[in-house]
Design a protein around this ligand. Structure first.
Ligand SMILES: [Zn+2]
Ligand SMILES: [Zn+2]
Length: 341
């Protein structure tokens, strides 16, 4: 199991984050925001396999690529169509869905599930391609206590941030993984086989014996000797918000143990007055957050288009002075070179 992430888009342009979570037999795919041109880097089959589309907020630089996503997925029945976003998600998504003529799709049953994340609740509705998304079907109001999804392979957490409007931050965490200790297996004189999956998935309270190659073993004893738990990987996506003491405290708690933090670093610190006026971060503030939360790496995104490449590099240096493991996405080619370029 592992988490593989790709920042989409270019510096000074719209950005998004695409994540593949490998969970044994299956791969879960997540797209965070969908700015213009962002998904052009993904193949059609990949786009069609995205399980969850999660919006931070609906400023145009975070949603203007939605039509390209929808073009590839609107009639998808191979898997559920699931969208998450801030409180206005239902209104915004329905207006996007309804912005086309759907007479050729009449009667097709393709549900689109929209989740609007409020402070205390998640409002879930769905609309159907078959009636041109005309009717909305109230589905359920769920209590919201920070967790959006709790699946066997992962959890998705969310936090409300202040961008003058609500902006949602997301944290995806793999569940701890159970690996087999190969040396112990060898020491026991046992061969790998499907029975290893059985002991991985047995409830810990389960006590009967387990037969392996005709011999009975105590299942709990085998679990103790063979299974090693390693923490899962994790990634956070935070963009477009104002840093306050309160937000910093909440984020440090939320990001505890997090591996990769993908975070906006829009402005240089000299321009903090712009960051505060526009409800954004400086790269230094992002780096301070990464340091205080003790994440492993910080990937900076969303640098302002008011700067040129040299200033984007300076913006990165300001972050690295605080948190050395700060970087831009590699393909931006803005990292300092060995030659000091
Ligand atoms: Zn914004
Ligand atoms: Zn933005």
């Amino acid at each position: 199991m592992s988490i593989e992430s790709h920042v989409l888009g270019l510096p000074g342009r719209d950005n998004a984050l695409f994540v593949r979570l490998h969970a044994g037999q299956s791969i879960h795919r997540f797209l965070f925001d969908c700015g213009q041109g962002c998904i052009d880097a993904l193949g059609r089959a990949e786009i069609q396999s995205i399980d969850h589309l999660l919006f931070s907020h609906f400023h145009i630089d975070h949603i203007s690529g939605f039509d390209a996503f929808f073009r590839a997925t609107y009639s998808r029945t191979s898997q559920p169509n699931v969208v998450w976003g801030p409180p206005e998600a239902t209104e915004v998504m329905l207006s996007r869905f309804r912005g086309f003529t759907w007479n050729l799709q009449e009667g097709m049953q393709v549900h689109w599930h929209i989740h609007a994340i409020h402070q205390q609740s998640i409002e879930r509705v769905y609309a159907d391609l078959g009636d041109g998304f005309f009717q909305t079907h109230p589905n359920r109001t769920l209590p919201f206590r920070g967790i959006l999804l709790d699946e066997p392979a992962f959890t998705m957490e969310a936090i409300h941030l202040d961008h003058g409007i609500p902006s949602i931050g997301y944290v995806l965490r793999e569940k701890p993984r159970l690996n087999i200790d190969a040396e112990e297996l060898h020491a026991l004189g046992l061969e790998p086989g499907p029975w290893l999956q059985t002991i991985k998935h047995l409830p810990t309270t389960h006590e009967p014996s387990l037969e392996v190659k005709g011999k009975a073993y105590d299942a709990n004893d085998l679990r103790k000797r063979l299974l090693r738990e390693t923490p899962g990987e994790s990634i956070a996506y935070l963009t477009d918000f104002l840093m306050t003491d309160e937000v910093r405290t909440d984020l440090v708690a939320l990001l505890s143990g997090c591996g990769t933090l993908v975070c906006e670093g829009t402005y240089r610190h000299d321009d903090i007055y712009l960051a505060e006026r526009n409800y954004h971060l400086t790269s230094k503030q992002a780096a301070e957050l990464a340091r205080d939360a003790a994440v492993e790496t910080l990937v900076l995104i969303h640098p302002s288009d008011r700067y040129k490449a040299e200033e984007w590099r300076a913006l990165l240096r300001e972050a690295q002075e605080i948190f050395p493991a700060a970087a831009y996405p590699e393909q931006w080619k803005l990292m300092p070179t060995e030659a000091g370029g």
